[in-house]
Design a protein around this ligand. Structure first.
Ligand code: NDP
Length: 317
């Protein structure tokens, strides 16, 4: 159930000034600013507390950490900072919303209805899969969308990463440190990743890039993945032996529960008014990856969380 009408008939458990949904850099930064503005924010952390950064290894490009920081440590720091400043951080995820009235309603965990004068959406984005039946069959048995979470299980083995962006390049280099060999399967003739990441991949001897290749089928048995059937340049079909397949082909925004309430673009991202966090619904604001198909960095998400809290402050005064 993604909607809505039934929420008005349910009992409202609590009423708050500012409710934040989601706990990546955008959500925590919004909480830090909203807490300092005395908006007494309540933040629900969602399915993956700390968001996507907790599935990342070293973050080298977040300002203020000259020697780098792990994604998990960075998120823990942001969380503690928000809590120290007075944000009420709770576990739980939003299951339905009703933004039709001045008092916004958000259902948590399919049960409790929380009302708020202003809502900040920071629900982020989730990894995409190729859409193959065999890929789904082996999810958790050799197929993963999180190299950092699952790479450890493939020490000294041969694995493949699909994708040509920064995530794929990063995952491939990370896995190369654990696995014996990593195939990087790229559907185009070139990588989309930044020059720095391309350089890193090219200089990692146990990564082999397979350009103009696509995965046709994931092969395996009850023990898990044993290989991939690939198609090269749209014609030549052959098999490689791998025990792990890591997807790094991008993300889709977590906006399902907002689809009936807010304007989304054709790929599902929340549309915000340029230069602000305002959505088409007064009192509802969006920040971070859920509204950013372009930059998608921890620092840009954090900045947009700050913008959302400032917009809420102005909206409420
Ligand atoms: P991207 O959207 O940048 O790249 C996705 C890649 O997957 C592309 O190479 C795309 O191919 C490929 N792809 C998509 N669908 C399929 C499919 N069905 N089959 C095969 N290949 C497919 O996503 P990323 O997650 O890599 O990056 C997202 C954003 O986050 C980017 O802006 C990136 O710069 C940033 N980022 C930054 C990092 C950092 O700064 N440390 C680390 C990781 C990400 P094609 O090129 O053909 O479209």
């Amino acid at each position: 159930m993604t909607h809505s009408y039934h929420l008005r008939s349910k009992e409202i458990a609590e009423i708050h000034t500012c409710l934040i949904i989601g706990s990546g850099p955008a959500g925590y930064t919004a909480a830090i600013y909203a807490a300092r503005a005395n908006l007494k924010p309540v933040l629900y952390e969602g399915m993956q507390p700390g968001g996507q950064l907790t599935t990342t290894t070293e973050v080298e490009n977040f300002p203020g950490y000259p020697t780098g920081v792990t994604g998990t440590a960075l998120m823990n720091d942001m969380r503690s900072q928000a809590e120290r400043l007075g944000a009420d951080i709770r576990s739980g995820y939003a299951t339905a919303v009703d933004f039709s009235d001045e008092l916004k309603l958000v259902e948590i965990g399919g049960e409790t209805v929380i009302a708020a004068k202003a809502v900040i959406i920071a629900t982020g984005a989730t990894a995409k899969y190729l859409g193959l039946a065999s890929e789904q069959k082996f999810r958790g048995m050799g197929v993963s969308a999180c190299a950092v979470c699952d790479g450890f299980f493939y020490r000294k083995q041969t694995v493949a990463v699909v994708g040509g962006g920064d995530t794929a390049a990063e995952d491939a280099t990370y896995l190369a440190g654990l696995a014996q060999k990593v195939y990087l399967i790229v559907r185009k003739k070139h990588l989309r990743a930044s020059k720095a990441m391309q350089h890193k991949v090219a200089n990692t001897p146990n990564i082999e890039i397979l350009f103009e290749h696509e995965v046709q089928e994931v092969l395996g048995d009850e023990q898990g993945v044993s290989g991939l059937r690939l198609i090269k340049e749209g014609r030549e079909v052959y098999t490689i032996n791998v025990t792990g397949l890591f997807l790094a082909i991008g993300h889709h925004p977590n906006t399902k529960i907002f689809a009936d309430e807010l304007d989304l673009d054709e790929t599902g991202y929340i549309i915000t008014k340029p230069g602000s966090s305002h959505t088409n619904c007064e009192g509802v604001f969006a920040c971070g990856d859920v509204q950013d198909p372009v930059y998608r960095q921890a620092i840009t998400a954090a900045a947009s969380g700050c913008i959302a809290a400032l917009d809420v402050e102005r909206y409420l005064c």
